[in-house]
Each structure stands twice: as C-alpha cells, then as structure tokens.
Design a protein around this ligand. Structure first.
Ligand code: G3H
Length: 497
C-alpha cells in the first residue's frame, strides 16, 4: 500500500508526503503543503510539501556537488545502480500504481503498466548508456585542406551538470524516469519537480532510487507550487539542462531559460488521415485506442480524424459501435473512460463541446458529464471554424472532419500550430510514404495510432510541439556534450622503414 512498509519513511503524518534532498526525506521549513485532489472523488487525497526558494537553492548546491563525484564514478557502476533501481521499481509496482489511480485517475491496469514500462526504460537506458558512452571518436588532421597528419583528436561525451526534470501529470512516473535515467547514466545529477497531480507517485518512484543506494544529493525531488518555485527553478543559474514535458508552460520556459540545452515535449493535435482504401475495421480500432485510451489525456492521442467523404459514414458507424462498448467510471474498476484530471480541465473540454454544438457539429452520442467524468463523445461533420478542429481537448472528445482530397487532409494537419505525430491509414504504401513526407510532424505512423513507444524510438515534435528529440538514445546524447582532446605532434611526422 502507498506510504506503508518500505515507503513509510516518505510519509509525514496521514497522507502528507515529504520531499527528497541530500539523500533524506524532509519536511519543508515553509510549514506549508499543497493539496492533491483525487479527480474521481474531487476531495483531497494527499498533501505534499510546499518547498521554498531557499530549499531549492540548497538542493541546487547539493546537486552540483554530488554531480562532480558522480561523473567520476565508473560507467558500469552507474549502470549497476540503475539496474537495481529498475528492479526495485518493478517489485513495488502495486503501491506506485495505487498512487497513479488516486492522483490522476489512470485506470488500474494502465497504472501498473506505467510502472513496469518505467522499470524497463531504466534498465534499457543503463544498457544503452554503457554502449554509447563507452565509445568516442578519433580524428586526424590531414583530411582537412592545408593540414599535415600532425594532430590527433580524441572525442568523448561528458555530462552537462545538473538536469532539471519536469514531467507532466499524465505519465508522472514514466516521463520522470525517461529524464532521470538518461541524465544519471550520462553522469549528471537530477533535480526533479513533479507535477502536483502525480507528485506522490513520483515520490514513491524516487524512493526506489533511494533504496537502490545512489549517492546523497545526486537525485533530489522538490514539490511545491509552480507560482512559488516554478520560474525560480527553470531560471535558476545552477541548472545546466531542462527536460520538460507538458503544455504551453514549456513555451514560456523556453523563452525564460538561460543558455542551456532544452528538451521540450509539448502538446499535439495528432491527425489521423483515412484514405478510401483503408481497412476501416483497423482504423476504427486504432481510433478507439488512439483517441480514447486514458480518456484522451495523452499528447500522442488521435485528436482529429480526417476521413475521405466516401468512406466517412461507414467509418463513423464503426467507431460509434465501439464507443458504445467503452466502460465509463472509476479508475479503481479499470474502466476505459475515467474522470479527467481536474475540474478546470473538464470545464475546458466542455467549452470546446459547446462551441462545436453552437456551430452545428453532429453529436454521435449525447454529451454527458458528472463532476470530472466526461462520457466519450465523437463529433462528426466538424468544420475548420470550430475550436475543436484545432485545440487539444485532452479529454475523451474526438472530432471528425470529412475531406474530399488527400491534399485537404495534409493541409489541415500542417495548418496546426502543433506537429507532434500523425497517422495515415491506407493499403498503398507508396501513397503512405508520400503523405508521411508531406506531414509536418515529428513522427508519422502508417496504419497505426500515434504513440511514443517503444521507448527507445526517437520521439520529437516540431513547431509548438517541442524542441529536441527524445527516446532513450537521443536523451542520453542530449544530456551530454562532446569533449575533445587534441594531441599535437611535432612537424613533420617521420616515416618508418
Ligand atoms: O502524453 C505524452 C506521452 O509522451 C505519450 O506517451 O504515446 O506512450 O501514450 P504514449
């Protein structure tokens, strides 16, 4: 159970959790806490420490000092500790999954999957790090005009320093470790700022790293109000790299952050383009999985269907039939559709639905909401003048736009300010490749819904969807910089024999 057994030391009284710094669990001297509201009950489920700016300063100093030693720790030892943390994480999947259910209303089975996937991600990162960080380059000077063979250049990858990791509410554990593990294997230290919803899941995950035996100060986790420590963290001179996943806040962070590498995964309006020759049963299954899993609260969710008019009626009927089978209710019952993360999120989704109603969209189901629980809704005959055609609901509401040409679909996809992923359904691989080339998104899936995983695949957005590329290998590389040493020989070099 969360906060019990091995996890008892992270708790401070009933349902109040400590923050983690210098290898210890601490209470904030602010004396204040931040409440975490359970999206299902809409009551306070947990509380976390409201850390102060002074505490952030201390953590930054600790992280800086710990990183210097960690960078000198042999790579195989760093990998060994990560493997250990991964095993502990997987062993304790149940209490962590319980927190995910209570904090972010993720369905019970998906919550367990998130933790297991996270353990696998940590192990894979350890393996990958050992391979790619164990290699360097050797260059000689005489390949560049005007040079003799008198300079030998050796390159290797060195860590950046302190990495600030800010994961989002929808994958607080998985998207935290996707930042923590690459940072650590590469020799960096970590300051983790979890999202408020998801903070307790993150604290449990951090405790698994603590139990694995990482050095003090290397991993730190500060909780608190964005208004108090958000900008303070992202603009802190002690931060050498920011890895952020979330919404528009990432754009603001990018504008304010200093001259440091940024890895940003922001929103998406992933289009699903359906051609006339597509296997409509396959499309319908992928629309359900892509559009409605975790109630549409995934950056890679299918967020707009662009279907050729000639097959639109048939596709809409198939999707409607599948929507009718979705189970709706609490995450504890492992329902398909669970309450969205907050009341403000539910209100935002409702605003998009009302706008679509006023402008004449066809409602394939009746709109229904109870508290934060919104019933799945397919909106047909959506037109470009409706907000839902462009904005991401981050909820179980999916618009269908009927198109008369492939070009119209590509145009809609590319007119979005987002460019995360997209997908195209057709049996014609040549057409699919041409459409993929034309779509201005970081990834295009052919005949499947958008998705980030498997976690070693490159994952990136363009335009307002992000900066840099993720995936295990790219993250390790992004959290290092190249160091070169040049051996200068006396001229001219002599010949043997
Ligand atoms: O919400 C953003 C996540 O990166 C999406 O990950 O495709 O595994 O659901 P996923």
């Amino acid at each position: 159970m969360a906060g019990t057994g091995l996890f008892a030391e992270i708790l401070d009284g009933e349902h109040v959790y400590k923050y983690y710094a210098d290898g210890e669990w601490k209470k904030s001297t602010s004396g204040k806490t931040v409440a975490i509201i359970n999206p299902t009950t809409r009551k306070t489920q947990y509380k976390v420490q409201a850390c102060s700016q002074e505490e952030v300063n201390k953590v930054m100093d600790l992280a800086k000092t710990a990183q210097k030693l960690w960078a000198k720790t042999p790579l195989w030892k760093r990998a060994e500790l990560l493997h250990k943390a991964a095993a502990i994480l997987k062993e304790h999947k149940a209490p962590i999954a319980e927190c995910l259910v209570k904090e972010i209303a993720k369905p019970a089975k998906d919550s367990v999957t998130e933790v297991v996937r996270s353990g696998d991600l940590v192990s894979y990162t350890a393996e990958e790090g050992v391979r790619i960080l164990g290699e360097g380059k050797f260059l000689v000077s005489d390949s560049f005009p005007g040079n003799e063979r008198t300079k030998y250049c050796l390159t290797s990858k060195i860590p950046l320093g302190v990495v600030l990791a800010i994961p989002p509410f929808n994958y607080p554990v998985n998207l935290a470790v996707s930042k923590i593990a690459p940072a650590l294997i590469a020799g960096n230290s970590i300051v983790l700022k979890p999202p408020t919803q998801g903070a307790v899941s993150c604290l449990h995950m951090v405790h698994c790293f603590h139990l694995a035996g990482f050095p003090k100060g290397l991993i730190n986790c500060v909780t608190g109000k964005g208004s108090e420590i958000g900008d303070f963290l992202t603009m802190h001179p002690g931060v050498n790299c920011i890895s952020f996943t979330g919404g528009d806040t990432g754009i603001a962070i990018s504008k304010k952050a200093g001259m440091i590498p940024l890895q940003m995964e922001l929103g998406g309006k992933d289009a699903c383009i359906v051609l006339e020759d597509a296997d409509l049963d396959l499309v319908a299954a992928n629309i359900i999985k892509g559009g409605f899993s975790y109630s549409g609260q995934r950056c890679t969710a299918v967020k707009v269907v662009l279907v050729m008019e000639s097959v639109a009626d048939s596709l809409v009927e198939k999707v409607k039939a599948k929507v009718a089978k979705l189970t709706i209710g609490p995450p504890e019952d492992d329902c398909d559709i669970t309450p969205v993360v907050s009341e403000s999120s539910a209100n935002y989704i409702e605003g998009l639905v009302k706008d679509a109603k006023e402008k004449g969209a066809t409602f394939c189901q009746e709109y229904k909401r109870e508290g934060n629980l919104i019933w799945p809704l397919l909106l047909d005959n959506v037109r470009p003048d409706m907000r839902i055609a462009w904005e991401e609901p981050f909820g179980p509401v999916l618009p269908v736009l009927r198109i008369n040409s492939v070009e119209e679909g590509i145009h809609h996809c590319n007119a979005s300010n987002f460019g995360l992923q997209g997908c195209v359904f057709t049996k014609d691989i040549n057409k699919a490749m041409l459409i993929s080339d034309a779509m201005e998104t970081g990834t295009v899936q052919i005949n499947s819904a958008p998705a980030r995983g498997p976690d070693h695949f490159p994952f990136q957005g363009i335009k307002d969807s992000g900066i840099g590329s993720q995936g295990i290998t790219n993250s390790i590389n992004m959290m290092t910089k190249v160091k070169t040493t040049v051996i200068n020989l006396p001229t001219p070099s002599y010949t043997m024999g």
